[in-house]
Design a protein around this ligand. Sequence first.
Ligand SMILES: [Zn+2]
Length: 78
Amino acid sequence: MKTPNFMLKKAVCAVVGHRFVVSKKITSHITEYQCKTCKCELTTTETGHLDILTPEWKEINETLAQLYQKRHAVEQVA
Ligand SMILES: [Zn+2]
């Protein structure tokens, strides 16, 4: 029986660790990361810790990104 590809990738990550790259910059403190190997996602939280990027976090981050961009735009005009 052939091992499904994503199962193999998860196994690789379990052994050698994830290879995270920045997928989205939310604010100067909050960044979303994605593993290049298995595509799992993480986010930094307001406390500076890494957490699994749940749909709830995605929603929070989207709101934060909008607020951040708005504030940044105002700063650029002023
Ligand atoms: Zn991984």
